[in-house]
Design a protein around this ligand. Structure first.
Ligand code: ADP
Ligand code: MG
Length: 384
């Protein structure tokens, strides 16, 4: 699927050529999990998988939406009627972006949109952010709004939080909007300051696999809310704005202050050590010591499994099997309770580790995982 195909799809659907074609990628998070709603650090990179949208401006208040990947025809809405949480279908993501732009005072008067995506939906790889960001970037260009990547990310997050009604952090949208090829994005989610960190594994004889377990537990949203509330409680008990404000060196003292709040103590320990892990990975990558990030990734997984308690048997099996088969590092990535894991390994180990994971899944009676190599790719951009 490429720009030409999406352009042709638009022409077949709406009977005219689009004004342009844009792309926005999905992402994987290298390290920094569940830190983004604690004002902490994250380190995602963009995938080669993208949402591609062909878009034209309209001046008559009409918004037409179509996805090549969804059964059903063109959805036709009026921009003036868009209202939060009124739409439970996929169209809430692009419509939410139009709503958020208009709410922020940008005069978006309609659009015709046809899109298609190679980001697998619901695999923890942020197909939703790719969808939002590609639409935001297209409208930013067509309406000459002059918004920067991080500003588009904020508006897309607002679309997802308020219009769709999903309490997500700022990482996914920022990654999709701001990542650069060959780099991971070191992002401070408090002020959205960013640093592009060179992350070219192939040049050093390594690879990174994404293992999509194809598992999605239905309770994941409720559990996400509980973790978020628990982190907020921890910050309140410790008298800080966010857990980001608890320094790694003060962790023991903070845990002591939390007394017998065992659940909160575990959440706090994960967030504080996870922020520290992001900083360690940044420093290792910056000094060219890439292989040394492997054990840090595994520490991160252990913390998510035992302290934050959001792993699942399939994710644990990927990590355990990969590490037992010679991988340098592995961890679950994304929200948890399913989705994907990442595996850092030597190029020569790609095949044996992949086979070992597939075999372990078959033996356990799990659905076969989807395994692919992830090369840090470009962020959102105009194609045509
Ligand atoms: P993730 O972002 O981890 O992939 P989400 O649940 O946040 O999972 O977003 C998945 C939703 O995004 C889908 O249920 C669908 O509504 C929407 N979506 C993703 N890809 C497409 C697509 N190609 N066309 C239409 N809607 C899509
Ligand atoms: Mg999502």
């Amino acid at each position: 699927m490429g720009a030409q195909q999406v352009r042709d799809g638009f022409a077949a659907l709406y009977g005219t050529e689009p004004d342009g074609v844009w792309a926005a990628p999905g992402r994987v998070n290298l390290i920094g999990e569940h830190t983004d709603y604690n004002d902490g650090f994250v380190m995602p990179f963009a995938l080669p998988h993208t949402a591609i949208a062909a878009v034209s401006r309209r001046e008559d208040g009409v918004l037409r939406l179509h996805s090549a990947d969804i059964e059903g025809g063109v959805a036709e809405l009026r921009v003036a009627d868009l209202a939060p949480e009124s739409d439970k279908s996929w169209t809430a993501y692009p419509a939410g972006v139009v709503w958020a732009l208009r709410e922020a005072g940008h005069p978006v008067t309609g659009a015709d949109i046809h899109l298609a995506s190679t980001v697998p939906a619901g695999a923890g790889l942020s197909s939703s952010a790719a969808l939002e960001v590609v639409v935001a970037l297209a409208l930013n260009d067509l309406y000459e709004l002059g918004l920067r990547g991080w500003q588009l990310a904020r508006l897309c997050q607002r679309a997802e939080n308020v219009y769709v009604g999903a309490p997500v952090g700022i990482m996914d949208q920022t990654a999709s909007a701001c990542c650069e090829a060959g780099h991971a994005l070191f992002l401070d989610t408090r002020d959205l300051s960013q640093r592009q960190i060179p992350f070219d594994l192939a040049a050093e004889g390594m690879r990174l696999l994404v293992v999509d377990t194809q598992v999605k537990h239905s309770h994941s949203e409720g559990e996400y809310g509980k973790r978020r509330a628990g982190c907020e409680k921890g910050a309140a008990l410790l008298g800080v704005d966010a857990l980001r404000d608890v320094a790694y060196d003060d962790l023991d003292a903070a845990l002591a202050r939390l007394g017998d709040e065992e659940e909160v103590r575990r959440l706090v320990r994960h967030i504080v050590t996870e922020n520290h892990r992001v900083e360690r990975v940044v420093s290792l990558l910056s000094s060219g010591d890439t292989r040394a990030i492997g054990p840090v990734l595994v520490e991160g997984h252990t913390s998510l499994r035992d302290d934050f308690r959001i792993s699942c048997p399939e994710l644990d099996l990927v990590v355990d099997t990969a590490m037992a088969s010679g991988a340098l590092g592995a961890r679950m990535t994304g929200g948890g309770f399913g989705g994907s894991a990442i595996v850092l390994l030597e190029e020569a180990d790609v095949e044996p580790v992949t086979k070992a994971v597939e075999k372990a899944f078959a033996t356990a009676g799990f659905t076969a995982p989807r395994v692919f190599e992830a090369v840090p790719a470009a962020g959102a951009r105009r194609l045509v």
